[in-house]
Design a protein around this ligand. Structure first.
Ligand code: BDR
Ligand code: CA
Length: 314
């Protein structure tokens, strides 16, 4: 089977780790490069976490350090949900792989320009690296098949009432991505809200009995407890654990797990109240050509199966 060549840009991050577990295990996916975004934690930490996670999973994939801060905004991290380290209270061993010699944007540029088939980019953090790549090197677009992002929300945010964290963290970068002309698939909260794990499934992870399963269990429990105490523990955001980031890679593996529609999406950047909101024009008020395929539903059971299949492969 021909594999899909993929670059992953991520800010690990608890659910980012779950995404990496799926992406690095799946037979359909050929991860050519991993780059790190500042988001859930500072760049020093997300980069270190990515190196440790990839090493721990026994993979030898280039990991390149991304930009330290959003394009214009000040960096806002999410320690309440991901811990001071970005991995809850779980420790990963020192990495055995070395970090890349080249910065993320140079590495992405080289991988895309030298690939004999178009690259799919999967993102699970703020879009700083990818937005800057597209802005600085628009010539890469010819060889990008699509950009599958976890980010945004047509309805209901998780950091302010209207905005999702990854877009809120760097709205300018996100707008560069939506405006780029490259096909964008948006796994926003509309879909990822449904990507939850039942309590019985969280317990079943522990029962797998591997060191990885134990780490995953502890990280998910940390995430769950963080949600319990959060102001988002309201109907939209009950204290269940969601595999937000895994949706972005799952769509690439099997788009039939999702339902979506083509819409025009632009990012609000000026308003002091709603900056970082994805304005998904499902009413076609702006009469613009669609620029994104916006997911609004996921087959939860199949997504969870995909995750368990991946966990069993390590
Ligand atoms: C997103 O925000 C981050 O905290 C998670 O890792 C995920 O990428 C969900 O809004
Ligand atoms: Ca993330």
């Amino acid at each position: 089977m021909a594999k899909i060549p993929v670059i992953i840009d991520t800010d690990p991050g608890i659910d980012d780790f779950m995404m990496l577990i799926v992406g690095l295990a799946h037979e359909k996916i050929d991860v050519r490069l991993i780059t790190t975004a500042a988001g859930n934690q500072e760049q020093d930490k997300t980069y270190e976490n990515a190196l440790r996670m990839v090493s721990y999973l026994g993979k030898d994939v280039e990991v390149a350090r991304g930009l330290d801060r959003p394009i214009f905004k000040e960096l806002e991290t999410a320690p309440d949900f991901h811990g001071e380290t970005g991995t809850g209270k779980v420790l990963f061993p020192d990495p055995v792989i070395e970090g890349s010699q080249r910065p993320a944007i140079s590495a992405m540029y080289d991988v895309i320009m030298t690939s004999d088939e178009p690259i799919t980019i999967v993102t699970s953090g703020p879009l700083t690296n990818v937005g800057m790549l597209l802005n600085a090197h628009p010539e890469v677009k010819f060889n990008i098949k699509k950009i599958s992002i976890m980010g945004g929300a047509a309805m209901g945010g998780n950091v302010i009432p209207t905005a999702e964290f990854n877009i809120y963290a760097d709205p300018d970068a996100a707008e560069l991505v939506f405006r780029s002309g490259v096909p964008v698939v948006m796994s926003g909260l509309d879909a990822t809200r449904e990507a939850y794990l039942l309590e019985s499934e969280i317990e079943a992870i522990r029962e797998i009995g591997t060191d990885l399963a134990e780490k995953v269990y502890k990280m998910l429990k940390f995430y769950q407890e963080a949600a319990e105490g959060s102001p988002f523990n309201v109907p939209y955001f009950e204290d269940v654990v969601r595999l937000h980031d895994a949706c972005a890679i799952a769509y690439v593996i099997d788009p039939s797990l999702f339902r979506g529609n083509f819409y025009y999406v632009t990012v609000e950047r000026a308003s002091p109240l709603t900056a970082g909101t994805t304005f998904v024009d499902y009413l076609n008020t702006l009469d613009m050509q669609p620029n994104a395929y916006v997911l609004y539903d996921v087959n939860r059971d199949e997504l969870v199966n995909l995750f368990f299949d991946a966990l069993h492969q390590y």
